[in-house]
Design a protein around this ligand. Sequence first.
Ligand code: ZN
Length: 90
Amino acid sequence: MQCPNCQREVPDTAKVCGYCGTRLQSAAPTFETLQVTAEEPALGEITTESSARSNAKTTPWWVWTLPVAAVGLLMVICCCLLLAYFYYQS
Ligand SMILES: [Zn+2]
């Protein structure tokens, strides 16, 4: 490839021109890929953060267990009261 600054022929694998030290275009994609790879863990962090947030948003166990237990207890008490009512009525 040709150096955009000094127009000299430099190897395609060269990231910097050996003649003038200019950063070559081939270095740009590697920089972008580096940026992408650097963004990937950030995205992973975001997803883990979002999942942690969703986990935090998912209500704790007692929010579901307490009403269910309360309703169950209420039903048991109602059944006992009904049984007692019918037992004493007969
Ligand atoms: Zn050059």
